[in-house]
Design a protein around this ligand. Structure first.
Ligand code: B12
Length: 248
C-alpha cells in the first residue's frame, strides 16, 4: 500500500513536470500512515494549538492519515547554501511544490476511492497569520504521528530521507496499520550533543542551540518573499547538513 501510494505521488509529479515543461525537483517520496484515532492527535491541541484539527473533523469515520514526504533533489539544497538570501531555485522549489500538493492529494484521493474507501485533503492547513505563525494542521506533527521521523534542533522533521523537503497529508477511511514512531533521535545535537550546524547557519540568529525565535525567522522569510513573491522561505537551517539527506 505504501509503495503503491508513493508510486502514485511520483507519477503525478512526473506527469505535471512533463506537461509544464519543468524538471523533476524531488527524489522518491516516502509514504507512512498514522492511526486517525491515535491519542497523539488530541495532544496536538496542547503542542500546536487548541484549535488544531482532529482527523475526524475532516472525515467523520476517519481511520488513517496518509502522510508523505517529498525530498528535494540535493542540488537544490547545495545551491541554497551560504549567502543571506535564499537561492532562486530554493524559492521556486517551494512555490512549485505548494502548487502541486492539490494535484498529488487529488490523485491519492482518487486511488483510495477506487479501493472503495474515501479520503480528503485537510483544508485550513496553512499559516494562520503573520501575527500567529502556526497552523491548525501541522504537517510535521501529523507526519511524526505517522512515524516519519524525529524533530531536529532546526525544528524540521527528519524523515528516512532526511529533512530537506516538504510534507503533505490526506485523511482517509482506509484501514491501514499505523507505522511505528521512531524512538531513536536522528538529530546529532539532540542524540549526542554534537553538530548544531543548523543554528550556526541561521543568518539572523533566530535559531540557536538554546531556543528558536519564530518571529525573527518569519521576518527573514518575508525578506525573501519580497524578492520572490509568494515564497516566504529561507532554508539555510536545513540544507547541506548531516540531517538534510539520509537513507534509512
Ligand atoms: C507557521 C510555519 C512557519 C513559521 C513558524 C515555524 C515553526 N517552527 O513553527 C515560520 C514562518 C517561522 C516558518 C519557517 C520555516 N518553515 Co515553515 N511552516 C509553517 C507551517 C505553515 C505551520 C507550522 C506549525 O504549525 N507550527 C506549530 C509549532 C507549534 O511548531 P514548532 O514550534 O516547530 O513545534 C515544536 C514543538 O512541538 C516541539 N515539541 C515540544 N515537545 C514536543 C513533544 C512531542 C511529542 C512532539 C512531537 C514535539 C514537541 O517540537 C517541534 C519542533 O521543535 C508549516 C505547514 C503546516 N501546515 O504544517 C510549515 C513548515 C513547518 N515549514 C517548513 C519549512 C521547510 C520552513 C523553512 C525552512 C522555510 C523554507 N521553506 O525555506 C523555515 C524553517 C523554520 C524553522 N527552523 O523552524 C516545512 C518543514 C518541513 C520539514 N522537513 O520538517 C513545513 C512542514 C511545510 C511543509 N509542508 O513541508 N514556517
Amino acid at each position: 500500500m505504501r509503495d503503491r501510494m508513493a508510486m502514485i505521488i511520483l507519477e503525478t509529479l512526473e506527469e505535471a513536470c512533463r506537461e509544464q515543461g519543468m524538471e523533476m525537483l524531488w527524489e522518491a517520496p516516502v509514504v507512512k500512515f498514522a492511526d486517525a484515532r491515535d491519542a497523539g492527535f488530541v495532544r496536538l491541541k496542547e503542542l500546536v494549538g487548541a484549535d488544531h484539527y482532529l482527523p475526524r473533523d475532516y472525515l467523520a469515520d476517519a481511520a488513517s492519515v496518509l502522510a508523505y514526504f517529498l525530498p528535494f533533489r540535493r542540488e537544490i539544497g547545495r545551491g541554497n547554501q551560504g549567502g543571506e538570501l535564499a537561492s532562486a531555485a530554493w524559492a521556486e522549489a517551494y512555490l512549485v511544490t505548494n502548487r502541486l500538493f492539490p494535484l498529488v492529494n487529488g490523485a491519492l484521493i482518487r486511488a483510495i476511492e477506487t479501493l472503495g474507501f474515501s479520503a480528503c485533503q485537510p483544508t485550513d492547513a496553512g499559516m494562520i497569520s503573520l501575527e500567529e505563525p502556526s497552523s491548525r494542521w501541522s504537517q510535521r506533527h501529523v507526519a511524526y504521528l505517522a512515524g516519519h521521523g524525529t524533530f531536529g534542533l532546526n525544528n524540521m522533521l527528519i524523515s528516512d530521507r532526511g529533512c530537506m523537503g516538504r510534507y503533505g497529508s490526506i485523511v482517509t477511511t482506509l484501514p491501514v496499520d499505523p507505522d511505528p514512531i521512531p524512538t531513536e533521535e536522528r538529530c546529532l545535537y539532540k542524540a549526542r550533543g554534537i553538530c548544531g550546524l543548523c543554528a550556526e547557519r541561521c543568518v539572523v540568529g533566530a535559531l540557536r542551540r538554546d531556543g528558536f525565535d519564530r518571529m525573527k525567522c518569519l521576518a527573514q522569510c518575508m525578506v525573501n518573499d519580497a524578492k520572490y513573491p509568494g515564497a516566504d522561505v529561507c532554508g539555510k537551517c536545513m540544507v547541506e547538513l548531516p540531517c538534510s539527506h539520509m537513507m534509512k
